[in-house]
Design a protein around this ligand. Structure first.
Ligand code: NAP
Length: 320
């Protein structure tokens, strides 16, 4: 079966490249697409993490906001599964670029859903915990809870979900949270640098969620692809790593795992960092459904933060 991955040079897409390189499902052919070719530094990280296997570093150029191009790519390549990892993920930036966020997170998601429907393919789409947040929840959010986004990014992602669900395509929507990996830009990499270079840092402790190692999410996606029988699994699922923390706890652990003990890290309130986006104060996802339906165990958040931090420290030594 042919699998088309969009946004394949981002965090999640890159982890899918790693898994595809070591996949035993020899009949599955992954076609990695993005809006631009892979950067040289990313290719080196991919090679390092993948060794001794060889990762596919080819990128077919596909702008998912171009409906005709999407329909053609899916039909011409006889695609059975589309995995949409492409998105406008800049939560602050979306406030200024609402039109672009909507175009990429909602309209382009609909393009993929239409292509999936026409070609009887499955669409696996990634959404976010930021579809929640306006209502002050204090228990983990379930799949059937009403979306109440606090900003443009979350609203555009919610619209994407709605367009996919009303398209008639066979779709699996996975909401995830606080994604990090060895690739791209993310909180873990930022804090690894800051705790290694600053004498002191303040980090908010009044926003609670769960970090997610993109490699673990990619493993779920591959499991879904290889499991087949897609019609019976369609719907919305929540996936993050297990456990709960604040951004402050997350940072403390990054500093501990990396040996950055000199940096003094203090908890603070969100209002000390004025922002145009009000982020959810509690966006923990309830993962009961995904664990039951796909019979998976989910790694604990702190184990995976340490694992990724160790990789990043090795990468900084070897991949200059
Ligand atoms: N990051 C998080 O903390 C987080 C949290 C919850 C949910 N999610 C969701 O998880 C998914 C994966 O996130 P991620 O962090 O892996 O994203 P990412 O690293 O930002 O990767 C997205 C990729 O999509 C590409 N792209 C941008 N515009 C495109 C277009 N028009 N057509 C095709 N590709 C395009 C980007 O290219 P450029 O880099 O050149 O723009 C980038 O390579 C997204 O749906 C996101 O909303 C992320």
């Amino acid at each position: 079966m042919n699998i088309l991955v969009t946004g394949a040079n981002g965090q999640l897409g890159s982890e899918l490249r790693l898994l595809a390189a070591s996949s035993s499902a020899v009949s599955d052919r992954y076609i990695f697409t993005d809006i631009a070719p892979m950067r040289e530094d990313q290719a080196r990280v991919l090679d390092f993490l993948c060794a001794p296997a060889q990762a596919d570093k080819q990128t077919m150029i596909l702008d998912i906001t171009d409906r005709e191009a999407v329909l053609k790519a899916v039909a011409d390549n006889n695609i059975g599964v589309i995995v949409n990892c492409a998105a406008f993920t800049d939560v602050e930036g979306a406030e200024d670029r609402a039109e672009l966020a909507e175009k990429l997170n909602a309209d382009a998601a609909e393009n993929l859903a239409i292509a999936a429907r026409i070609n009887s393919a499955l669409l696996i789409h990634i959404s976010t915990d930021y579809v929640f947040g306006k209502e002050p929840y204090n228990t983990p959010c379930r799949e059937d809870q009403k979306g109440t986004p606090t900003g443009v990014y979350g609203l555009s992602k919610l619209h994407g979900e709605q367009k996919i669900l009303s398209s008639g395509a066979c779709s699996i929507i996975i909401r995830t949270a606080w994604l990090y990996s060895e690739f791209g830009k993310n909180f873990l990499k930022t804090m690894l640098n800051l705790t290694g270079s600053k004498p002191a840092l303040k980090v908010v402790f009044d926003q609670t969620g769960t970090p997610t190692y993109a490699l673990d999410l990619a493993r779920l996606i591959v499991r879904i692809i290889e499991g087949g029988d897609y019609e019976s699994f369609k719907g919305i699922y929540h996936y993050s790593n297990e456990g709960v923390c604040s951004w402050y706890d997350f940072t403390k652990l990054i500093a501990r795992c990396s040996g950055h003990n000199e940096c003094r890290i203090e908890p603070c309130h969100s209002d000390e960092f004025p922002s145009r986006v009000t982020r959810p104060s509690y966006s923990v996802l309830d993962k009961t459904k995904v664990k039951r339906v796909f019979n998976i165990e989910i790694p604990y958040w702190s184990d995976q933060v340490c694992r990724c931090t160790e990789n990043l420290l090795k990468i900084s030594e070897i991949v200059k």
